[in-house]
Structure formats: structure tokens, C-alpha cells
Design a binder for this molecule. Sequence first.
Ligand SMILES: [Zn+2]
Length: 146
Amino acid sequence: MLLGRTKSDRPLHIVCAPGNERLIIITVYEPSLIEWEPDFKTREEMIVRVRAKIEVELAYRASEEELKKTTSLRCYFCGGRLRRTRTTYYSPLGIIVRDIPAFECEQCGEIYFDAKTSRKLDALVKNSARIMGEEENRLAAVFRNR
Ligand SMILES: [Zn+2]
């Protein structure tokens, strides 16, 4: 394969094969910057990184009265009173889950989830991560097959 330039300086890739006393030109095309580095000699790594930020909202509707109720629960760390609240969870995978029912320590601010919410949160994050992984693979395949 040869790299050439047109009169107007557009890059050209010329794919050729040696024939009997002549060079057979198989194809000529203009390389794209999507697939090639700016020198048009190095093919870009065909890894498509799509880091979608998926925001998931839990369908949990705690009433304001519900949130004001005191609990008899105590903080594991400082022994402070736990009150009901709603919080946002930032997963290390970039998935954000908003409006999660939780307990917050009035003294140190530590956040607790009950077992049911923990399981639901875990399932949501895992499911979102799976969808993101599938989308990444799908896009990478699209670019590979061009
Ligand atoms: Zn505490």
C-alpha cells in the first residue's frame, strides 16, 4: 500500500500488487481520520469507549411525613439517631441512582440502606452496567466491520 497526495493535497491510499512488469492498482481511496492517525500511516486502535452516564431513578415515593418520622435506630459508628432521608448513590461504574430511601445519622451523616433497598440498588447497578457493556461491544463491532 502506498500513501500519496492529490494536487489539492488530499491524502490517498493506493493498494497495489506487483504484476508482470507493471504494478496492478487494486484500489484507491481517501483514508478517513476516523480510522487513521493524522499521518494516515497508522490505523487507530478500534476500541470505542463509550462511557454513558446512566441515571436511574428508583420508583420509591416516600412522603414528606414519612421522612419526618423518627426511628429508634442508632448509628453503628457514633451511636447517633438515624432519621429517614433520600440520597443519591454514585456507583464507581459511573451509574447514578437518585432518590433512594435511606437512613442518615443526625450526628455524623453516615448513610444506611435497608436490606431490601440494598438488593434493589445492587440489581439496578448490575443491570445498567450490563446494558452499557453490550452497547460498547455493539459500537466496537460496528467500527470493526466498516
Ligand atoms: Zn453516626
